[in-house]
Design a protein around this ligand. Structure first.
Ligand SMILES: [Zn+2]
Ligand SMILES: [Zn+2]
Ligand SMILES: [Zn+2]
Ligand SMILES: [Zn+2]
Length: 255
């Protein structure tokens, strides 16, 4: 029985390919069937998702297909009427201690000192110590972006002030599905300064030009990536294994 690379959010035990599992249709948290039934609901804080029952070996394809389907909209930008493209949001990031630049994203935690330490010294330290940052190598956010106004859409929702407000709350309530540790609340930096700036990269070739040269040369090689109109993205990340989620959904690893 092989592990599917996930732990049950209820009992923290590994989920294997042979287990009967219930996956939350909303937040995609994985549970053993008995664990979901014992708990009576999804174990994610405040989640009201409905379970999908399947064998362990179907879990990862299900999660992938759900994320692709939820990212199919919009086709036309509701704000400017131009075409919206599917792709990934990704940056070039240097690992914190030097080394070669690699593609990925930079996470910045918003909770530098462990929660629950109430002493004055701990509170002062929390104020003056810079928030820890870590590089998520090869990570990318599956997203859509408007080719004209360059806004970003995640799972059909525009990545705007109300998205950030909605998903910026209760962000550190979750647990890592790989190692069961509590996630740190924080944000993914679209502009990480010296660590690079995230850009949107289309899956295919965008159609800004109708002529052959414009489309096959300019669009393909020069206009396929663009800087996006978005600030920091609220996210939660595991301090141990760097599993990261945005709006309750896992961030992609490309390799
Ligand atoms: Zn379980
Ligand atoms: Zn859920
Ligand atoms: Zn637009
Ligand atoms: Zn972890």
């Amino acid at each position: 029985m092989a592990s599917v690379g996930r732990v049950c959010l209820y009992c923290s035990q590994v989920v294997t390919t042979e287990d009967v599992v219930k996956v939350c249709g909303r937040c995609l948290a994985v549970h053993h069937e008995e664990c979901w039934d014992r708990n009576g609901r999804c174990s994610t804080f405040r989640c009201v998702g409905v379970p999908q029952t399947m064998r362990g070996d179907a879990v990862l394809p299900y999660i992938q297909a759900t994320m692709e389907r939820d990212n199919e909209q919009p086709g036309i930008c509701p704000l400017c009427g131009s075409r919206v493209y599917a792709g990934v949001l990704q940056g070039s990031a240097l690992p914190p201690r030097g080394g070669a630049a690699q593609r990925g994203l930079v996470f910045q935690a918003s909770t530098p000192a462990p929660k629950g330490s109430r002493s004055l010294a701990a509170r002062v330290l929390r104020r003056i110590r810079p928030a820890p940052k870590w590089v998520l190598a090869a990570a990318a956010i599956r997203a859509r972006s408007c080719g004209h106004c360059r806004r970003v859409f995640l799972w059909g929702m525009p990545l705007d002030a109300s998205f950030i407000e909605q998903w910026g709350q209760d962000i550190a309530q979750g647990f890592c599905p790989h190692c069961g540790e509590q996630l740190s609340g924080g944000r993914l930096l679209v502009d990480a300064g010296a660590l690079g700036r995230a850009r949107f990269e289309c899956d295919g070739i965008p159609t800004f030009h109708k002529d052959w040269f414009g489309h096959h040369v300019v669009d393909r090689f020069f206009l396929r990536r663009w800087p996006v109109k978005a600030g920091a993205i609220p996210a939660a990340s595991c301090p141990s294994c760097h599993y990261t989620e945005v709006a309750g959904r896992p961030v992609y690893r490309l390799q």
